[in-house]
Unconditional design. Structure first.
Length: 219
C-alpha cells in the first residue's frame, strides 16, 4: 500500500469545468496508476529510501497530464509505503539476521584482540625473564673475574715466587669452578701465571725421586 498527498492549483476554471467530468476522481486515479508504476520499477529498499525521487517524478507526470485540465500540480509528498505482510516479515527476519551477524563479528573481533594482547604480554614476559637471567649470569661471571684479579694483585704485592702464584691461582680457579656461572673473565696477566704451571710440574718430578731415596729401607 502506498499513500501520497498531491498539492495543486487551478489555473483555468473553464478547462477544469468543461475538459474533465470529475477532476478530483480523475486526478486520484491518475496519481494511483503512476505511483504504482514508479514504485514497481524500484526494489523495496530503493522505494523506501528514494522518496524524494518518487515525489519529483510523480509531480512531473501529473503536472503534464493535468495541464489540459487547467490545473498545475505544485508538489507531491509520498506519505507511506507499506509492503505486504509476508514481505514485512521477511524484512524483519533479514534485519534480525544482520544484527546477529554484526554482533557475532564484533564478539569474534573482541576475542581476537584479546588473544593477540595476551600473546604479546606472554612474549614480553618471556623476554624479560630471559634478559634478567642473562644479566644475572653475566654479573656473576664478571664478579668472579674481578675476584681473580683481586687475588692476583694481592699475591703480587707480597712479591711471591712464580710457583706460589701459580698454586694460589689454581686454588682460586678451583673455587670458582664450583660455582654456577657459565662465563669466567680471566685477566690478561693470567697467561704468565698459567705458564709457570709447567715449571711446578718439573719441580715436583725432581723432588719425588729425592724423597724416595731418603726413605729407609724396610727389613
Amino acid at each position: 500500500e502506498v499513500d501520497a498527498v498531491i498539492y495543486y492549483e487551478v489555473t483555468d476554471p473553464v478547462k477544469v469545468t468543461y475538459n474533465v467530468a470529475n477532476f478530483y476522481l480523475a486526478a486520484t486515479k491518475l496519481a494511483q496508476t503512476n505511483l504504482r508504476n514508479l514504485v514497481g520499477d524500484l526494489s523495496l529498499d530503493e522505494s523506501l529510501t528514494s522518496r524524494e525521487v518518487i515525489n519529483t517524478k510523480l509531480r512531473q507526470i501529473l503536472d503534464d497530464a493535468t495541464d489540459k485540465w487547467g490545473v498545475k500540480v505544485t508538489r507531491v509528498e509520498l506519505q507511506r509505503i507499506e509492503p505486504p505482510h509476508d514481505v514485512t516479515e521477511a524484512m524483519h527476519r533479514q534485519m534480525k539476521a544482520e544484527r546477529e551477524k554484526r554482533a557475532m563479528i564484533l564478539e569474534a573481533e573482541g576475542h581476537k584482540q584479546s588473544a593477540i594482547l595476551k600473546a604479546e604480554g606472554d612474549a614480553e614476559a618471556i623476554r624479560k625473564v630471559a634478559d634478567a637471567d642473562r644479566y644475572q649470569k653475566e654479573t656473576v661471571a664478571k664478579g668472579e673475574g674481578e675476584a681473580i684479579q683481586t687475588v692476583y694483585r694481592a699475591i703480587h704485592k707480597g712479591e711471591p715466587t712464580n710457583d706460589l702464584i701459580a698454586i694460589r691461582y689454581l686454588e682460586t680457579l678451583q673455587r670458582i669452578s664450583d660455582g654456577k656461572a657459565t662465563k669466567i673473565f680471566l685477566p690478561y696477566e693470567a697467561t704468565g701465571i698459567l705458564g709457570s704451571i709447567a715449571g711446578i710440574g718439573e719441580i715436583l718430578k725432581e723432588k719425588l725421586p729425592e724423597e724416595e731415596k731418603e726413605k729407609p729401607e724396610k727389613k
